[in-house]
Design a protein around this ligand. Structure first.
Ligand code: SF4
Length: 314
């Protein structure tokens, strides 16, 4: 269980085109008193990790970073910490602090491995910053989880697919992938109203992400989240874009459909936990034999990894 602490837009020195953490999460900046109350409760129900989300943790002053990390250490001295930040806010000084305070995982807002996409999205960092941050963090043995967005300004299908491919080549093993959604009070909303930006249709977003998922399965890396979690209270903040509460399931079932159809699979053997992959979102109509099994997931004689690799080669 991860205990999340949201610090909306804390440490962000400017605003990316698509972002407004207050609209997206509905969270407010917590006081140390709020944190104390939260931590007291969890002292008897220890989380496996504490995570600072919602901003650029290492963009805050060093003093502030130490204050937060020290506060966590006081309550949970042995529990690993996870932070989210941007690639251009990783340097030797902050890396030392993160090491000293038991930070094990860094969630990096990469978003794209193309400079024109980063620039058009007002990210304020470059692909080189992405590469340098990843190399620095992996060298220091942090777990790196890269965030990618599909359907950003100047983006396209091939760039989205290649962004994931390039990150896998850099040895990143964990990912979160989100389609670009337009939230209220963002620059992207203004562009959308002026007709300067068109979000992806949900069909296209599912299609792109299903190819990314197949790539991740072929390369044995993990996409830990597909699609935004938008709390019920914030759904009214969505202006447009490919949002669906079960986006991840739609992508998984699409990937399965693609594997079955392209590889002309006749029979699947599936453990119970994968059942929905073969029945939900139209997959019930696939013309295959489905056999419930207690052993591994198989597509005729192929494992999921083998089927995914073969799919990409054909
Ligand atoms: S996307 Fe990340 S870096 Fe950009 S403004 Fe939002 S929280 Fe800050």
């Amino acid at each position: 269980m991860i205990l999340p602490i949201f610090l909306p837009n804390a440490g962000c020195k400017h605003r990316c085109k698509f972002c407004n953490q207050f609209s997206m999460t509905g969270e407010k900046m917590p006081s140390f008193r709020d944190l104390k109350n939260q931590f007291e409760y969890f002292k008897h129900n220890l989380p496996s990790e504490i995570a600072f989300y919602g901003g650029t943790f290492t963009g805050m002053s060093l003093k502030k970073q130490i204050e937060y990390l020290g506060f966590v250490r006081k309550y949970f001295p042995d529990i690993p910490i996870r932070i989210s930040t941007r690639p251009d806010e990783i340097n030797d000084e902050v890396v030392k602090i993160l090491e000293n305070y038991n930070v094990k995982t860094v969630e990096l807002g990469i978003q794209s491995m193309y400079d024109d996409v980063l620039e058009a999205s007002l990210r304020g960092h470059t692909v080189n910053d992405n590469i340098n941050a990843i190399k620095t963090l992996l060298e220091k043995k942090f777990i790196v989880s890269a965030h990618l967005m599909v359907g950003l300004p100047e983006d396209n299908f091939q760039k989205d697919f290649n962004s994931l491919k390039k990150l896998i080549e850099l040895d990143v093993k964990f990912f979160r992938i989100h389609p670009t959604i337009i939230f209220k009070n963002t620059q992207l909303e203004k562009d959308f109203v002026l007709g300067k930006f068109k979000p992806l249709e949900i069909e296209d977003a599912v299609d792109i992400c299903s190819e990314q998922l197949i790539l991740s399965l072929a390369k044995n890396v993990l996409i830990i989240r597909l699609g935004y979690f938008v709390p019920e209270s914030q759904k009214s903040q969505i202006v447009a874009g490919p949002y669906h509460p079960s986006f991840g399931d739609m992508v998984k079932t699409r990937a399965i459909k693609k594997l079955i159809e392209k590889l002309k699979i006749k029979k699947v053997f599936y453990p119970k936990k994968y059942e929905s992959w073969f029945f939900a979102y139209g997959n019930k109509n696939l013309k295959i034999e489905r056999i419930l099994t207690e052993s591994d997931l198989m597509f005729d004689s192929y494992s999921l990894t083998e089927a995914s690799s073969l799919y990409l080669k054909i």
